[in-house]
Design a protein around this ligand. Structure first.
Ligand code: ATP
Ligand code: MG
Ligand code: MG
Length: 398
């Protein structure tokens, strides 16, 4: 983390870009960055500030993200296509090095939080539809207008639009804004004497807070959490985190996507395209509706996570056609010449619509409608999956 080449240790009140942005509080982090709510004194608005780790590879990744997000912004002047809006970018020199910083619009909770707030029970089909519409508008834009594959679509990377105005609503936003404060030291307000010990203390406190929240999700508190979460938010959402996104004609990584959202063609190594995002999308939609991961592969006795994953897919979606199973660079690792998994013997077939009824107590029509929508996106043949534009026309969404 917070060392040479790593995260930049910021503190509320720190200023960036020659004093223009004032850090308010940390609102997120990932493997590459910390993300802060900041106040833009030039335009009198709140923004999100993504402060990248400083090592060269991270800086390079941030520049790539800026390139893609610039194209996204350029093609969508009215900011209506459900993808994160990049507002600005700059470099910030701190004790751990030079950090590329992205200034973007400030958004709200991620879908992961929405799923967790609802205690893993699903958020109701009408809300699922609303979110699906937004994400599909975003995907259609990325795919058909820009030629971008996101490659890491998952609940953490879809954020709800925030209706909280931190300045007007300090109670709901949970803090008092710092809109002005004198510019600090040579690092633009960064405290350079932050000791490791203090950082560890802060981290421990943060962890304690998180576990407290988990505890408070039980009992009566859960209803309140739910109310608080769903009340006052529009269910419009936006796709974020373009750190792994690529131009469809310039692919690099062989292995893309986060495990549970990974498409079968990525696992068997037969190449991927826009349709890999469609697969991930279907996994997210299922998770929103049920609160559970569609596929939760594990390392089981005598079989790898990949093999378990393929087995789970086939139990829900039927046997993978032999032609497809044998088409990847890694096919021989998993499949025998009959197209059967080598190390997973008995598959317990349990089709999607049956799972929805029998495990999640969906009514028959609800299960049928939802499964009709999802099933084509989970076709083992990537080229047979519907495009985002086709999904948008599906009757379930309209
Ligand atoms: P990863 O490890 O997933 O690649 P990353 O370092 O690239 O992470 P992001 O995924 O872009 O960082 O952001 C990390 C988290 O910060 C998000 O999951 C989200 O919770 C929060 N976040 C990011 N951008 C915004 C924003 N514009 N508004 C509000 N919160 C945000
Ligand atoms: Mg992320
Ligand atoms: Mg990222």
């Amino acid at each position: 983390g917070y060392r040479k080449g790593g995260y930049h240790a910021a503190r509320p009140g720190d200023r960036f870009a020659g004093g223009r942005f004032v850090a308010q509080r940390k609102i997120g982090w990932g493997n590459f960055s910390t993300v802060w709510l900041a106040y833009d004194t030039l335009h009198s608005r709140f923004v999100a500030l993504k402060i990248q780790k400083s090592a060269r590879d991270y800086a390079h990744a941030a520049l790539h993200e800026i390139e893609l997000l610039s194209a996204v912004a350029k093609g969508d002047p009215t900011n209506s296509k459900c993808v994160l809006r990049l507002l600005d970018h700059f470099k910030h020199a701190g004790p751990n090095g030079q950090h590329v910083c992205l200034v973007t619009e400030f958004l709200g909770d991620s879908l992961l939080r929405l799923i967790r707030y609802n205690r893993n029970k699903g958020i109701g089909l009408s809300r699922v539809k609303e979110i699906c519409r937004s994400v599909m508008v975003g995907l259609d834009y990325l795919h058909s207008e820009l030629g971008i594959i996101h490659t890491d679509l998952k609940p953490e990377n879809v954020l709800l639009e925030s209706t909280i105005n931190p300045a007007k609503d300090p109670v709901r936003s949970g803090f008092t804004p710092i809109l002005d404060r004198p510019v600090g030291n040579q690092y633009g307000g960064t405290v350079i004497s932050f000791s490791e010990k203090m950082l560890k203390m802060r981290a421990r406190r943060a962890v304690a807070k998180i576990s407290q929240r988990r505890v408070s999700l039980g009992g009566v508190g859960a209803e309140l959490e739910k109310e608080r979460c769903l009340d006052g938010i529009s269910l419009k959402c936006k796709i974020v985190d373009f750190g792994n996104a690529c131009w469809a004609d310039q692919q690099h990584a062989g292995e893309i996507q986060t495990r549970q959202y990974r498409a079968p063609e990525v696992i068997i190594g037969s190449g991927y395209s826009y349709s890999a995002d469609i697969w991930s999308f279907a996994c997210i939609a299922f998770e929103l509706a049920t609160g559970d991961l569609l596929f939760a592969p594990m390392n089981r006795q005598g079989c790898s996570e990949d093999e378990d994953h393929l087995a789970l897919m086939m139990e829900t979606l039927g046997k993978m056609p032999r032609k497809i199973a044998s088409s990847g660079t890694r096919s021989k690792d998993y499949f025998d010449r009959y197209g059967d998994l080598k190390r997973v013997r008995r598959l317990k077939f349990w089709p999607l619509d049956r799972v929805l009824v029998e495990r999640y107590s969906f009514s028959e029509p609800d299960a049928k409608g939802f499964a009709d929508f999802l099933r084509p996106m989970l076709d083992f043949a990537p080229e047979d999956r519907p495009s985002a534009a086709q999904c948008l026309k599906h009757s379930w969404l309209n």
